[in-house]
Design a binder for this molecule. Structure first.
Ligand code: NAP
Length: 336
């Protein structure tokens, strides 16, 4: 357990941690490979710098990008082993850096920090730049909050910042039953758009309808273009592409002048087409971004579907589940 004692004198304000232990459990890799390379390590608890927050994690998100890193992809091409995976999660503030005023020890927070410099979120503690941390939205428990940050920011920024989706417009969300899509459906409905969703299997189609899609088809078995054209006879105004397979069929259903957005990582991306605006984007964390996310989560009364959860020790099993596919919503690790 970590506690923080801070001096009342501002100039002496320090992130002073009292550790009963200086180490923590973390699921990390020593080399790239399959799910089996993900094992429990005992590592030093990271120390927060003046502008950082130390979070005692309750729940960490598991995403397809984690599996890509485990298998050999790191953004800077210079992995430092042991590498702790995980880009997001929720927990309790355990300590704050000397210049942090927005948070105090004990606050319930959630965070998104891609390829976090001081180690990822598959751990008991993570030290994160404070601008990538926010208080959990009203009424959310840590388990569900931990499943939101990466996918929630990606979904909301796709709908609002990339597509500027407006009331009454039609949107095709392709790959809508996954982590990003299950939240994007709800944010698109919050903006009062008409939503056509694709998923896989009868259960996937039922799932996206349950989350609010006005119409849905099986993107592997059904004729996406025909169904989307029936839904939007003048052509869809927008497409949010969350999987490459079948994506070109969605573009075939767009009107001229339509907007097509996809988060980087979606592959393959169809060839550019005349009259369609292509908008690749990355999710961006930040104080204002999290304020907007919190407002949207609360306004949408967001449902955060968790398909499966695993204890931190079973991070490799969580990755096996991810590799098996057909995750409806999100997978999480329970750290505490
Ligand atoms: N750049 C960024 O900032 C950023 C941030 C977050 C995510 N991303 C990227 O965004 C993408 C989506 O992430 P995610 O977490 O939502 O992934 P995900 O959970 O794997 O969702 C993808 C969904 O697409 C479905 N699908 C596959 N083929 C389909 C088809 N032909 N028709 C309809 N649905 C189909 C999958 O179903 P099955 O499992 O049944 O095949 C799955 O439900 C990933 O590529 C990720 O890397 C990028």
């Amino acid at each position: 357990m970590i506690q923080t004692m801070e001096s009342r004198a501002p100039r002496a304000r320090q992130a002073k941690n009292e550790h009963s232990t200086a180490t923590m459990r973390a699921a990390a890799i020593d080399a790239f490979g399959g799910p089996e390379v993900l094992t429990i390590h005992t590592l030093p608890v990271p120390k927060p710098e003046p502008l950082e927050v130390l979070i005692a994690l309750d729940t960490s998100g598991v995403g397809v990008w984690d599996a890509e890193m485990r298998a050999g992809w790191v953004p800077d091409g210079r992995p430092r082993f042991p590498l702790v995976l995980g880009t997001d999660g929720a927990g309790t503030v355990a300590a704050v850096g000397s210049r942090i005023r927005r948070f105090k020890v004990g606050d319930f927070v959630y965070s998104y920090s891609f390829y976090n410099r001081k180690g990822g979120f598959y751990a008991e503690y993570v030290a994160v730049p404070a601008d990538k941390v926010a208080h959990v939205p009203e009424g959310r428990d840590l388990r569900h909050a931990g499943a939101i940050p990466t996918t929630g920011l990606t979904a909301l920024q796709g709908i609002d910042d990339a597509l500027h989706l407006k009331r009454g417009e039609t949107i095709v969300i392709h790959g809508a039953a996954g982590g990003v899509g299950s939240l994007a459906i709800q944010f698109a409905k919050l903006r009062k758009a008409r939503v056509f969703a694709t998923a896989t299997g009868d259960d996937g189609v039922e799932f996206v309808r349950f989350l609010g899609a006005d119409a849905a088809v099986d993107g592997r078995g059904d004729d996406i273009t025909l169904a989307a054209r029936t839904f939007a006879p003048d052509g869809a105004d927008a497409v949010l592409g969350l999987v490459g397979d079948g994506l070109s069929f969605c573009l075939d259903a767009m009107r001229s002048g339509g907007r097509f957005a996809y988060p980087n990582g979606v592959e393959p991306v169809p060839k550019k087409r005349q009259g369609i605006q292509f908008i690749p984007y990355d999710a961006v964390p930040g104080v204002r971004q999290f304020e907007r996310l919190n407002r949207a989560v609360e306004a949408a009364d967001l449902q955060v579907p968790i398909d499966a959860e695993y204890p931190l020790e079973d991070a490799s099993k969580a990755h096996e589940r991810l590799a098996a596919g057909h995750v409806l919503g999100k997978i999480v690790l329970r750290v505490r």
